[in-house]
Design a protein around this ligand. Sequence first.
Ligand SMILES: Nc1ncnc2c1ncn2[C@@H]1O[C@H](COP(=O)(O)OP(=O)(O)OP(=O)(O)O)[C@@H](O)[C@H]1O
Ligand SMILES: O=P(O)(O)OC[C@H]1O[C@](O)(CO)[C@@H](O)[C@@H]1O
Length: 318
Amino acid sequence: MNPRSARLAVLTSGGDAQAMNAAIRAVVRTALHLGVEVFGVHEGYDGLAGATERIEQLGWDDVSRVLDRGGTMLGTARSTAFRERAGRRLAAIRLVRKGIDRIVVIGGDGSLTGALLLHDEWSQLLAEAVAAGELSAAEAERHGGVVIVGVPGSIDNDLPGTDVAVGTDSALRQIVDAIDALEATATSHQRTFVVEVMGRNCGYLAAAGAIAGGADYVLLPETPVGPDWQHEMCTLLGAGRAAGRRNSVVVVAEGARNAAGAPITAGEVRAAIERLLGDETRVTVPGHVQRGECRARPTAWSPRSWVLPPHVPRSMPI
Ligand SMILES: Nc1ncnc2c1ncn2[C@@H]1O[C@H](COP(=O)(O)OP(=O)(O)OP(=O)(O)O)[C@@H](O)[C@H]1O
Ligand SMILES: O=P(O)(O)OC[C@H]1O[C@](O)(CO)[C@@H](O)[C@@H]1O
């Protein structure tokens, strides 16, 4: 196919992650630069499989001034409709009716799993639509193959083969900022803080946040603790206190588990510290602040640098 006649859709899906806007901008402007028409799908897969179709053509100016804005300008969703085959069939029909058979999905492991499913089912979905009179044979033939590119976009950083997903670094900064901010109270009151960190079943944010934040102990899904974990943790924390430390921080990944597979909650950690050490202990849950707009400006090492603008020197290898 002549790429200059192609039409491409871009969408964000799953939890919003910072720099998704920069990634959208990079996709839109690079495609336009290459002569490809671009469409934004609003509200994640719901914009394709939900009750209302939300596909809108995007131009160069539609992605102006979004580089350092948090969230996603296209909106996102956790779409139940797309999980069903009927939803994916509706999605394929709507895309083909718009002449689109190129898709960029920016999202996490779930979103990219869904994208793979749509890719694998595409021919069959189109054949069914033709049989049901929902698409013409010519339309189905014209768009007989679909090309889908997945861009790992998730604070969780839980995609195999990806060093750092879009949004992970900013979430990490939020976590380290939160731990740094707790320092004042922890030190003044000689308290222990238990910080619960997002990440679903992945401990990347908790592990990296604990190291960068100088925490004393971390509980992760990947390293389930044994039955005596409370005593082990408190022995370490107690040694720090004995050495003169005025503050202690324990980071708990939201997916932390013990060796038997039972979840370990921040409340449980707090109770263990109070019971075994007598430390005054508080739980802090930064929650969706971790997905919020970073006040620090995004680094150049981010989707900011992905765009292929016309003003990039032609001699530059890209
Ligand atoms: N197995 C699947 N089959 C079809 N669609 C799926 C599947 N898993 C996920 N999806 C689609 O992708 C959407 C987003 O998935 P999910 O909620 O797991 O977030 P994610 O992409 O993993 O991102 P994050 O973990 O950062 O929130 C789901 O709401 C659903 O529409
Ligand atoms: O925003 P929601 O739907 O409450 O989901 C929260 C989940 O999304 C994430 O922030 C991103 O996947 C996870 O870390 C967290 O478990």
